[in-house]
Design a protein around this ligand. Structure first.
Ligand code: TYM
Length: 329
């Protein structure tokens, strides 16, 4: 089996399809910021955002805002490689090679496709979306992919495609694995705690955005759906709303939901602490965000510089794969 010759190669991405929310932060971005080193690659996956209807102007704006949010959250382009997916031409090129390895059957089993299919108006891109994601990952000889829980199936697919490609054409790709945070891997909607917090579903009261004012954060958390038995206890099944708040607190404090549960006996106190903990983390990010947004051209330049470095590595892997399948160009 092919292995990466360094210690650990990390890649992950986020779609610029709406404002970053607490789920994105706890499930992924917080880990990215912690794990920054010269072998870490983080990208804004704008090509993926084309799979659902989006106005060109909105995509442009979202791309800058998403990148500025990541920089404000602490992604440091001097420590890691931070880039825009569409600026590295090898992503769609490798995706095509992988589409000729992936099967209809395995893509049909992707639950995210099933959930979003209606909105995509039957576009093929949504169906092949996970193959492009596999290309993002495999291009960098990635060993670890830090993501939230909803990406498990996509990572499994990337592994399967890599293994099949290696079997058919000889060792070409490193087989990656997903890494998931202990707390905050699946942040649920505050109003419907049986559904995950999501950029693509409109639930203004249920979604805490990175850019929400402190007052709005407090209000949303205060209104979060709980239950009537008034006991602060971590039990995802029986008490999804309360458990979600405990999970959020544990994520923000890097502790565990049960340890958080012991600190509170009343829902009101738990909610107040959760709102404050979110504001403590988001407040400084919002200040830095305003600075980045004052110069959007610089934000784009930062990603272009990252794309140059990413391209060098991506090209080598792409060439290896292209040669393996018999392309001579
Ligand atoms: P996206 O843009 O939907 O989400 C970005 C990251 O946020 C995580 N996330 C959550 N974590 C916890 N709770 C939630 N409610 C929640 N919602 C989202 C996601 O798991 C993800 O880590 N397909 C990917 C983007 C992608 C990608 C990649 C990821 C494209 N290529 C290569 C990793 C590697 C997506 O749509 O994420």
């Amino acid at each position: 089996m092919l292995t990466y010759d360094g210690d650990m190669r990390v890649l992950s991405g986020i779609q610029p399809s709406g404002t970053i929310h607490l789920g994105n932060y706890l499930g992924a971005i917080r880990t990215w910021v912690r794990e920054q080193h010269e072998d870490a690659f983080y990208c804004v996956v704008d090509l993926h955002s084309l799979t659902l209807p989006i106005e060109p102007a909105a995509l442009r704006q979202n791309t800058v805002e998403c990148a500025a949010s990541l920089l404000a959250a602490g992604i440091d382009p001097d420590k890691c490689t931070f880039f825009l997916q569409s600026e590295v031409q090898y992503h769609p090129r490798l995706s095509w090679l992988l589409e000729c390895v992936a099967t209809m059957g395995e893509l049909n089993r992707m639950t995210q496709y099933k959930e979003k299919a209606e909105k995509s108006l039957g576009k093929v891109g949504l169906f092949t979306y996970p193959v492009l994601q596999a290309a993002d990952i495999l291009l960098y000889d990635t060993t670890h992919v830090p993501v939230g829980d909803d990406q498990r199936q996509h990572i499994e697919l990337a592994r399967n495609i890599a293994e099949r490609f290696n079997f058919n054409y000889g060792d070409t790709f490193v087989v990656p694995e997903g890494t998931f945070p202990a707390a905050g891997a699946r942040v649920m909607d505050l109003q419907q705690p049986e559904r995950k917090m999501s950029k693509s579903v409109s639930s203004p009261l249920g979604t805490v955005s990175l850019l929400d004012s402190p007052e709005d954060v407090i209000k949303k958390v205060k209104k979060a759906v709980t239950d009537t038995d008034a006991e602060v206890r971590y039990d995802r099944k029986a008490k999804p709303g309360v458990s979600n708040l405990l999970d959020i607190l544990a994520g923000l404090h890097e502790s565990t939901p049960s340890a958080e549960a012991e600190k509170y006996s009343r829902y009101g106190d738990l909610k107040a602490a959760t709102g404050d903990a979110i504001n403590d983390v988001f407040g400084p990010i919002q200040q830095r965000y305003a600075t980045y947004m004052a110069d959007p051209a610089e934000v784009l330049r930062i990603m272009s510089r990252g794309a140059e470095r990413a391209s060098t590595i991506a090209e080598a892997t792409y060439r290896r794969a292209a040669t393996a399948v018999g392309l001579v160009g």
